[in-house]
Design a protein around this ligand. Structure first.
Ligand code: LMR
Length: 396
């Protein structure tokens, strides 16, 4: 069976991490995978997560299966974070949530659902988008198309082009929108633009699928849901894939969710019954640990307040690094304008570095950046900044 199997190409993001790990250079810098590092270069376990784990260890009394949709308290907390406590969507029960193995797992379940229940519906992805979006939906049998997003001239949003290309999406198709901290560009629509997008989608009959993996990393947990809330004012039905990898640092615990927003509670239950089947035929029911952590922290007002401070620390450090990066490049006399990086939000920015420059940074300086030129700003530290900027200067 296996003699003729050809080696698969490395993953553009996780494959790079494997190469990084194998690099013996003690001064290597990893700006590839979207994982937060503190100012000492470590990916910490949050204090609130440690405290929740202590409580879980003491109180957990079974390892029985979770429901196909996971832990109900976790699912309720997911909805509160997405829409805010007491939102009409929650009170009317027209949202239904399934706990999923990470944001990636949630996207795959959404893809499987679309393929089986809405065969022929295509999904439209921003150009550019996260390198794994295309592959997840193609693997689920959903055809992918592109809509315009980034203006290469300004390294900002080309909203007119975006709007014009969304206009061409046929009724019954799906559009994937990044809830905040667009991956890979860090460029988000303004509130006014979200409102226009919502009006247009309602008029066209296109279903939004919001990938919301970075809530809290732009401006704040509440502030970052503004785009989503604008959208739900305009459209009644949508899918939301969310994740606690980044804002809880629960990367390896695979803690995500798929939320269906429907016209009413009955319709939400019907759609969720189909989602449940996709889950059952895939991984049966989700892993528990990460979801328990989130449920414990968000159910305890003191822990929740501490967690909000921890998220603010992560966010502030990333923003400081954005400023320091641009300042250091300027001080080193780099002519190319990197100032747009200060305006971008979340972990990522598009550096504008070419594939050749990215390759040289890796081969000559052990600095790892995704081939598209996407930089994980959260991998920069005050200690590695000088070496990083010096190396960038030399390859430009
Ligand atoms: C990223 O974009 O680097 C993260 O979302 C991690 C991943 O799985 O690719």
């Amino acid at each position: 069976m296996f003699e003729n199997v050809k080696i698969a190409p490395p993953d553009p993001i996780l494959g790079l991490t494997e190469t990084f790990k194998a690099d013996p250079n003690p001064d290597k810098i990893n700006l590839s995978v979207g994982v937060y590092q503190d100012s000492t270069g470590k990916t910490p376990v949050l204090d609130t997560v440690k405290e929740a784990e202590r409580r879980i260890l003491e109180q957990e009394n079974t390892k029985g299966y979770l429901a196909m949709t996971g832990e109900p308290v976790y699912c309720a907390k997911v909805q509160e974070l997405l829409f805010g406590e007491g939102h009409e969507i929650i009170d009317s029960k027209r949202a239904a949530t399934a706990q999923c193995p990470g944001g990636t797992g949630a996207l795959r379940v959404a893809g499987d659902y679309l393929n089986i229940v809405h065969p022929g519906a295509k999904i439209w992805l921003s150009n550019p988008t996260w390198a794994n979006h295309n592959t997840i939906f193609e693997a689920a049998g959903v055809k992918c198309e592109k809509y315009a997003y980034r203006d290469p001239e300004t390294n900002g949003l080309d909203f007119d082009a975006m709007y014009e290309s969304i206009k061409k999406i046929p009724k019954g198709d799906v559009i994937l929108l990044h809830g905040c901290c667009h991956n890979p560009t860090g460029i988000d629509p303004t509130l006014e633009q979200w409102s226009k997008i919502g009006d247009l989608l309602a008029e066209l009959g296109v279903l939004p699928l919001v990938d919301f993996a970075y809530q809290g990393l732009a401006t704040g947990i509440e502030e970052d849901r503004a785009g989503l809330l604008e959208l739900v004012k305009k459209v009644k039905q949508m899918l939301v894939c969310s994740s606690f990898s980044k804002n809880f640092g629960l990367y390896r615990e695979r803690t995500g969710a798929l939320t269906v927003v429907a016209d009413d509670a009955n319709q939400a239950n019907t759609v969720m019954s189909q989602v449940k089947q996709r889950i059952r035929y895939n991984y049966s029911n989700p892993p528990s640990h990460g979801g328990q952590i989130v449920a414990v922290v968000l159910s305890d007002s003191e822990l929740k307040a501490k967690w909000l401070e921890e998220v603010a620390e992560i966010r502030d450090r990333i923003n400081e690094m954005r400023h320091l990066f641009v300042k250091t490049l300027k001080e080193k006399g780099v002519q190319q304008d990197f100032s747009s990086i200060i305006k971008q939000r979340g972990m990522f920015s598009f550096s504008g570095l070419t594939k050749d420059q990215v390759d040289r940074l890796r081969d000559e300086y052990s600095i790892y950046i995704v081939g598209s030129g996407r930089i994980n700003v959260a991998g920069m530290t005050p200690d590695n900044m000088d070496r990083l900027c010096e190396a960038i200067k030399s390859v430009l």
